[in-house]
Design a protein. Sequence first.
Length: 131
Amino acid sequence: PLLLGRTPRAVALLDLDQLVQKAPKAPLPRYLLGRQLYTLGDWDRALPWLMQARDLGLTDSGGLAQENLRLLARAEWEAGHLGASATAWAAFRDHPGATPGEKLTAEDWIARCRFDASWRTAHPGPSPTSP
């Protein structure tokens, strides 16, 4: 039921947290918990879970590792971590399963991160493309 979307979000988050506690070395529960928090727009809370899923070797079965990189890159952007976002987008772009369109998307995001970083250096405050 959790993956089918019939579980209330708060219950799903609690269930995932319990699963993380029961399986401390398993990347999938961390990915799922990070994804739920990402969906809620809770970037700062999603980031550690997405990073742990990556670092624990989330399998690429069904494209999960690549999707985790995409979520990680976007969450870093939304949290204002431009350098970390560009690094994650580069990993997404360089992933063996990346399609030509995904590579172009990643390049666009990398350029956006660079632009915002240079804008922030020259103009304190938010840039025109900042979240």
